[in-house]
Structure formats: C-alpha cells, structure tokens
Write a protein that binds this ligand. Sequence first.
Ligand code: CMP
Length: 228
Amino acid sequence: MGEKGKLLDFLGRSVLFKNLPESDLRKISLMFETIDLPMGEVLFYEKENSSDMYLVLEGKVRASLFDEHGNELVLAELGPGEFIGEMSMIDQLPRSATVIAQEPTKLAMLRRETFLKILRDNPDIAINVIKALVARLRRTDDMVEALAFRNVESRIVKFLVEAGRERGVMEEGKYKLRKMTHRDLASRIGSSREAVTKALKTLTFKGIIEERGNFWLVSPDAEEDIDP
Ligand code: CMP
C-alpha cells in the first residue's frame, strides 16, 4: 500500500474521520501533508503563533508546560489516531503547550483553512472533534483533582495504577511497569524530582510499591492502602 493508501486506511479508523464515506475520505486524504519528526524534536513551542492541526500517524508526542527552570508538566501524551494543535486551529490564539516527539513520529498536517472547510462540509466530523475535546477535558479535570487534593505519594500510586491498567502487564497479581527516571515521573504528576525521590522511598518502605530490577510492581488496588 502506498503512502496515500496508508493514510486513507488510517483516516477511516481514526477518531475524527471514522464512518465517513470513502469518497469523502479520499478527498480529505489528499489535503494532508505528512511530516517526520525525529525523537526529541519540537513540533512547536507554547505561545508560538501558528494554527495548523496534526494527526499522529505513527509514534507519540507530548504536550507539556515548562517553568523558567525547565521543569516539565506533561498535559498529555498523544499517539496514533489522535490529533494535536486543534486549540490554536480553532481560536487562533498562541499555542497552549509545547509539543515534542517522544519517539520517531509521523504526522499528517492540515492547514487551518482546509480543516475549517472540512468541518463546515461534514458536521459529523465537528461532533467527533467535540467528543474528543470533552474526553480531554475529563482527563484534565482528573489531573486537576489529583494536583489539588492528593499528596505526592498518592499521585504516584494513582499514576502507576492507571499506567498499569493501560499497559496490562501483570506479574503475581500486580502491574509490572518499567521504571522511569524520578524527573520523568515528576513531570507526569506535577511534582519535583526531589519530592518524587522521597515519596518513592516511603512507598517502597511501606511495601505499596515493590522494586524488582528495572521494574516497579504495584497492586491494582494500591490506592486503598494510602491516604490522599
Ligand atoms: P494548541 O494549543 O494548538 O497547541 C498545543 C496543543 O497541545 C493543543 O493545541 C492541544 O492539541 C494539546 N493540549 C493542550 N492542553 C491539553 C490537554 N489538557 N490535554 C490534551 N491535549 C492538550
């Protein structure tokens, strides 16, 4: 299958474009430009003025906020079938976050005017966009809840249990997760490297997290064992 054929097949299975007639998909697929991003490359920076939208075809990108010391807060990781850059595309305000490739990544880019025309012509796609935005708002609410009401230990356990549930690798009835650096874990739960190091020590001491070589083991109901 050629590059355009692959894109067509992909669009037909993506959140935004599924259930569209093949003739419409074919037209839409011609409007995308594909872009390859090496791992670690920035697609765009927070506050930048640009308004194109992208669909992830392969790989993974992160939308993050950085403070003046370079500390990162990861808002979302987006993989194949998900879109990125829709906020500035819709309101034409500067980018709300910095987007960086987490692995070698292939994206399909749509110019703002082209996407707006597609939305006008296909109300079903506009509904799919709204559904996807609502799902992101729910995930963000969940993150705000954790930042406001949970301590660092509780946030780590919540993050690991959710990651374990998504990846689904079990050992002795526990989720088995490859260890992350403390800095990386801090950027996923909105904390500092130092606070994460301290909290992990407490959690392993209490047996809530078990270290096994390069992996952490955590029980699916570990959240019941800690105070928020
Ligand atoms: P935009 O503001 O154009 O550029 C940054 C992008 O990061 C943004 O569009 C969204 O695609 C994405 N993004 C920003 N905040 C979130 C969030 N809370 N959840 C998921 N994606 C987000």
